[in-house]
Design a protein around this ligand. Structure first.
Ligand SMILES: [Zn+2]
Length: 86
């Protein structure tokens, strides 16, 4: 398994100010929760409103993904910078 295909799990979509993590099935109830997210580049704390599907929430897979998400997270400023650098 390449890192690249694994990484696309962390695609973020802005919706109702709650970012989607993991997967939400069609017509599934969503669980919304807040976590402290630190930008992995500049360290700024981003108020993190996240949402995921009810069946995915609190699964082992979810916990791993949340950990990876927090480890790789970039704030908007750093994300823009990275895009320009490339
Ligand atoms: Zn940053």
């Amino acid at each position: 398994m390449s890192f690249q295909t694994h990484y696309c799990l962390y695609e973020i979509i802005l919706l109702d100010e709650f970012m989607i993590i993991g997967r939400i099935l069609e017509n599934e109830k969503r669980v919304k929760f807040n976590v402290d997210i630190h930008c992995s580049n500049c360290g700024i704390i981003v108020p993190g409103g996240l949402q995921t599907g009810e069946s995915y929430f609190e699964t082992d897979e979810f916990k791993i993904e949340l950990k990876e998400f927090k480890r790789n997270y970039l704030c908007g400023v750093c994300r823009d910078k990275r895009r320009v650098d490339k």
